[in-house]
Design a protein around this ligand. Sequence first.
Ligand SMILES: [Zn+2]
Ligand SMILES: [Zn+2]
Length: 405
Amino acid sequence: MSERLEIAGRALERSLCNHCLGRLFATVSRGLSNVQRGTIVRFASDCGAPLAAPNDCTVCRGLFSEVQKFAEMAMSASAPYEHANFLVGTKIDPEVSEAEEQFWVDIGARETESIKSELNREIGKVVEATIGKPAEFAKPDIVLLIDTMFDRVVVDVAPVFVYGRYRKHSRGIPQTHWPCRECRGKGCPRCAGKGVMYETSVQGLIGPVVMRHAGGDEEAFHGMGREDIDALMLGNGRPFVVEVSRPRKRSLDYKAIEREINDSAGGTVDVAEMRRSSRAEVRGIKNADYPKTYRVRVRFQADFDHRKLNDIVRVLDEKPISQLTPHRVAHRRANLERTRIIHRVEIESAEALEAVLVIKAASGTYIKELVHGDDGRTKPSVAEIVGVPCDVVELDVIRIGDKEA
Ligand SMILES: [Zn+2]
Ligand SMILES: [Zn+2]
């Protein structure tokens, strides 16, 4: 203890408030505030140094007398944003922080806490007590960044994430907003001034409704993969998460959002299972590699022996296939050979030149190429097995394999 008293004695040669005195011994004992520590140390050191008036403290220069004011500024700045918890951060004059560290060196204090750290906590305590919500360090809904030099508060609002599954019952709708290729969204003759390639998108039907409910600034749409513009998305629907930045509202009426989307989409798209989501779930959705089941309408270029359809099942069912990067995407993807498992093939119907196949395949399988063979780049293929060139007329996703029911 005597060494600590010597440090205290050297410290008290300067004018200090009890916060700044106590903080020199912040790690010594738990369960005390720095003010309490400062009071005890001042008494024990018995050197008769008077307690500095707040503004005369040579370390904090009165910052701790402004805790209530900072807390009130922070609370009024955060009022528009619904939050279940919060975190306080402060920006302190670097000159003050540097002087504090020099002071520690000068007097040999090594059990210290910084002004910033105590100030964050003290402001946090006032906010906590006033609004009745806890401080949260790991994933706060909002961060209140208080600039103590200029008396300004910046509110950093965590985005809100909303999960759902969508189905698409109409062809010609892209999954995401697709800016016009010519004008990149400015508006030009090609897009009739609209700035987009397609009037609607799945994102365009869902995102703005979620945005309106959450009162945010911007939305982003994260789908678990995507289907072609001309493919339907049926069955159990495709998982997605809408991310809304700077939401004013976080507790949302998901049933009302679903109803609104389903009513306004007029049957082209519908959504279900909407609920709160998280950034971690977005990562899961982005990296998902579940099998998918497709219904594929195939047209053959010439008559063929329908008994050969059984060969398709025999050759492909539960078998691996090899795919070189398709011609149609070769300009933007590396040319690689991939092996993909075809989990199941069923012949749903066949007549004259057409057959309808149901194919369950590993994530990342190029289904159109599996059908027409892509000039031998996919092996085996439906065309190769039947011995007649063929093409995909319609391709719909009927199940995403992230859950079975
Ligand atoms: Zn002080
Ligand atoms: Zn345009």
